[in-house]
Design a protein around this ligand. Structure first.
Ligand code: FDA
Length: 396
């Protein structure tokens, strides 16, 4: 039987950080993963360049940028291991990076550099990694934990659960951490796919599917929550950063309001074109202001045909309204198959915010996406993985 001080389940972002930190403290550390490679989500993240943190994150805006039943829970870990701390680590490892928009930081080169950096830290501390290892059972054994795996039994004083959420099962997501939490009596917050494209019912799809591939800067609103980012029409509904962001707030049956030309006044712009002659067909005039297909689709939907000159301000206002205050009611999302993250998870009420240890189960820790803390798009979810993994790594 293998005996270690710290056994980490899951070699993703949070697990590798927790393991590297514990190893640095001189703990005997072993990381297990059923996948053939560590950090698979790091590898594919940020289009292969890993949007590894966000430097706009502050203590003041963190409760807005992370969703949770208790948004204040994440503050402790996030303020003890900050984006600046992770950037310093990336710099020390000699990994070149750049800032895109909204504070998002990406590697210049491959995302796998981040995984390599964490693996180097793990090795430097004498930690080990077992891949292709199935976890069969976990039992409490006095003060310790006995974990049965496809590679034999492991006895550990501290057990860190970093098996992620349910998103992208094809990449190894299993929901294992939730079952383990239940086994030890920890409460769960209902999970749902987040940062995910939204889908339309057939009738809306008939209008939108022909627009598939068109991208716009848009303003998407759900109640008081607003995102100004790109929107993409897809053959199933809507995607793009603005939609992924709002998907974390949207619920079945809710309506979204979308402005397809924020900061402009399309009715006034059409009126100006009309004043200059207006012999153009209305959809062609609108096609000067928006992509042709979108312009034609909107005119057809509103039943506005013929020359622009023949339309009064009422028609122009109708067009403006459709563009600036488009009401859409998605029927669902693309689900865990494409969701970047999982909302909900192990209730923060059951965890110590400073250490991530289960309050009622000494030696059992939950870090990363498995916890009910979900960030905005843009590097926030990795920052949570680093910060929560770091927190557990200081004490496990
Ligand atoms: P993560 O899912 O990374 O790791 C869990 C590990 O546990 C995996 O290695 C898995 O194989 C293993 N595991 C699961 N079940 C197991 C079992 N039963 N037995 C053994 N091992 C098991 N975030 C961000 O901040 N910036 C970005 O650019 C992106 N981009 C992005 C793109 C795509 C396509 C996706 C799907 C997601 C992102 N994200 C992101 C989100 C980010 O990837 C996510 O928040 C973190 O990977 C979560 O880290 P964890 O370590 O918690 O889980």
């Amino acid at each position: 039987m293998e005996k270690v001080d710290v056994l980490v389940l899951g070699a993703g972002a949070a697990g590798l950080m927790a393991a590297a930190e514990a190893a640095r403290r001189g703990r005997r550390v072993l990381v297990l993963d059923h996948a053939a490679h560590p950090g698979e989500k790091i590898r594919i993240s940020g289009g292969g360049r890993c949007n590894f943190t966000n430097r706009d994150l502050t203590r003041q805006n963190a409760t807005e940028r992370f969703l949770s039943e208790n948004p204040r829970f994440a503050l402790s870990a996030l303020s003890r291991f900050t984006p600046a701390d992770f950037i310093a680590r990336v710099d020390r490892a000699g990994i070149a990076w750049h800032e895109k928009h909204l504070g998002q930081l990406f590697c210049d080169g491959k995302a796998t550099q981040i995984t390599e950096m964490l693996l180097d830290d793990l090795r430097a501390g004498g930690g080990h990694l077992w891949l292709g290892t199935e976890i069969e059972a976990v039992q409490r054994d006095g003060e310790a934990y006995l974990v049965s795996t496809s590679q034999g039994e492991i006895l550990t004083a501290s057990l860190v659960v970093a098996t992620g959420g349910k998103s992208i099962p094809k990449m190894g997501a299993t929901g294992f951490g939730y079952r383990l939490a239940e086994q030890f009596g920890l409460p769960l917050i209902e999970t749902r796919p987040a940062l995910v494209p939204l889908t339309f019912a057939e009738q809306d799809l008939a209008q939108c599917a022909p627009l598939s591939g068109i991208a716009r800067d848009a303003r998407v609103r759900h109640g008081k929550t607003v995102f100004d980012e790109a929107l993409l029409f897809t053959h199933r509904g809507l995607s793009g950063p603005a939609i992924l962001q709002i998907s974390s707030y949207w619920r079945e049956g809710h309506t979204l309001e979308i402005d397809l030309a924020p900061g402009r006044d399309i009715a006034a712009e059409l009126a100006e074109i009309r004043q200059q002659g207006g012999k153009l067909a209305t959809h062609n005039a609108l096609g000067r202001l928006l992509p042709d297909k979108l312009a034609a689709g909107i005119c057809a939907e509103l039943g506005i045909a013929g020359r622009l000159a023949d339309h009064g301000n009422k028609s122009l206002a109708l067009i403006g309204d459709r563009i600036h205050r488009w009401q859409v009611r998605p029927v669902g999302s693309e689900g865990y198959r494409t969701a970047e993250v999982t909302l909900g998870g192990v209730s923060t009420a059951a965890l110590d915010a400073r250490t991530m240890e289960a309050r009622q189960v000494p030696g059992l820790y939950f870090v990363g996406e498995v916890v009910d803390v979900t960030g905005w798009l843009g590097g926030y979810n990795f920052q949570w993985a680093w910060a929560s993994g770091w927190a557990a790594g200081q004490v496990a």
